[in-house]
Design a protein around this ligand. Structure first.
Ligand code: SF4
Length: 256
C-alpha cells in the first residue's frame, strides 16, 4: 500500500560519512556489479562518452548492438569527425532522440579542431561541448580519466534521493543543488571509476523505479526512504501546475 508523503517540506537530511558509504558500495560492486558490458572494457574517453550518450534515455540491452556497430564504423574521434552527418544519423536509426547523434558529430569535430583530437580533461572544457552535461562530463572524467568527479544521472539521482529521504521533487533547483552536493560528498578519491559505475548499477538493478529491491541493497541500513517505508513514493513526481479556479454565479429565471 502506498503511504502518503506529507505535503509540507521536510528538512534535508545531513549526509552520511562518505567513507562508510564508499566501503558498502565497493563491497557490493566487487561482488555483484556489472563488469562485462562492452563499454567497461578498454575504457577510453571516446568509448565512455559514446556509451554515456547512448545510455541517456535508452536501456542497456538496446544500446549494446548500437554501440558495437557504431565503434566498428567510427572507432575514434577522428573517424567520427570526418564522417558525413548522414552516415552518423543512419547508424543511429531506431535509437531515437536524434539530437544526441548530431551533438556527437558536432563535438567530435570540435575536439578535432580545438583539442587536436584529444579529449579535454577538465569539467569546464567538457561541459562546453555540445551534448555533454555535468553528469556526462563527470562520467568521462571519473571512468576514463579516473578523476574524482561526481555524476548524477537518472539512476544515481534516484539512489541519492531515496538515501537522503528527499521528499521534494528532485528537479527543483534547490533539490538539485542538494543532490549535487551529496554526489560530490560521496565521491571517493580512490577508485572513482568503480564508484561511478557502482552507483549507476545500483540504480539500474536494485534501486529501480517503482519498487526497489531494498533487501538486496548495501545501503538499506542508512537509507532514509527505506527506513521510513516511503521508498516507493520517491523520487516525488513533478508537481502539477494548479489550474486557476474561477468563481461565477449563475442565475436561473423561471417563468411561472
Ligand atoms: S535501501 Fe532501497 S530505496 Fe534505499 S537506496 Fe537501497 S534500494 Fe534504494
Amino acid at each position: 500500500m502506498k503511504l502518503k508523503i506529507p505535503l509540507m517540506k521536510q528538512p534535508k537530511s545531513p549526509f552520511l560519512d562518505p567513507k562508510r558509504l564508499q566501503k558498502l558500495i565497493f563491497t557490493w560492486f566487487d561482488r555483484y556489479g556489472r563488469k562485462n558490458l562492452p563499454w567497461q572494457q578498454n575504457k577510453t574517453p571516446y568509448r565512455v562518452w559514446l556509451s554515456e550518450v547512448m545510455l541517456q534515455q535508452t536501456q542497456v540491452s538496446t544500446v549494446i548492438p548500437y554501440f558495437e556497430r557504431f565503434l566498428q564504423q567510427f572507432p575514434d574521434i577522428e573517424s567520427l569527425a570526418n564522417a558525413p552527418l548522414d552516415s552518423v544519423l543512419h547508424l543511429w536509426t531506431g535509437l531515437g532522440y536524434y539530437s544526441r547523434a548530431r551533438n556527437l558529430h558536432k563535438t567530435a569535430g570540435l575536439i578535432k579542431k580545438n583539442f587536436a583530437g584529444i579529449f579535454p580533461e577538465t569539467l569546464d572544457a567538457l561541459e562546453d561541448l555540445p551534448g555533454i552535461g555535468r553528469s556526462t562530463a563527470g562520467a568521462i572524467l571519473s571512468i576514463a580519466f579516473k578523476k574524482p568527479a561526481a555524476i548524477l544521472d537518472g539512476n544515481v539521482k534516484r539512489v541519492l534521493t531515496r538515501l537522503q529521504g528527499l521528499t521534494e521533487w528532485p528537479g527543483e533547483k534547490e533539490s538539485l543543488t542538494y543532490l549535487w552536493k551529496a554526489a560530490i560528498h560521496y565521491t571517493p578519491l580512490n577508485r572513482p571509476d568503480d564508484y561511478a559505475q557502482a552507483m549507476m548499477d545500483l540504480g539500474a538493478t536494485i534501486c529501480v523505479r517503482g519498487t526497489p529491491s531494498c533487501e538486496k541493497c548495501p545501503l538499506k541500513k542508512y537509507c532514509i526512504a527505506h527506513l521510513q517505508g516511503i521508498e516507493k513514493n520517491l523520487p516525488r513526481q513533478k508537481p502539477k501546475k494548479k489550474l486557476p479556479v474561477r468563481h461565477a454565479t449563475l442565475f436561473f429565471y423561471s417563468k411561472k
